[in-house]
Design a protein. Sequence first.
Length: 94
Amino acid sequence: MSPLLIINMIARQLRLIWVGIDTLKRGGTDADLRKKVKLPPVVYRNYCHQLKLFKEAEIKKAFNELTELDLKFKSTAVDKEKSLELFAFRFCGY
């Protein structure tokens, strides 16, 4: 699978988590969140579990790093697979 495709998939998930954290922080209800993210019920349950695993600052930092990585992929000759692997290790706390 293409590293750029993987970046896009991770970015989408980070955005969804960020939207959820922000919605709940602002006092939004479960119904508000369901309307915003528009996920199937089974996926939504897993998504709600993920919201509890991250802090907003962690998501923001990961999203910023991912954006920088995406720019690097598109503008320089970098080993994309290694760079993506290093991002994953940092994000997962290894």
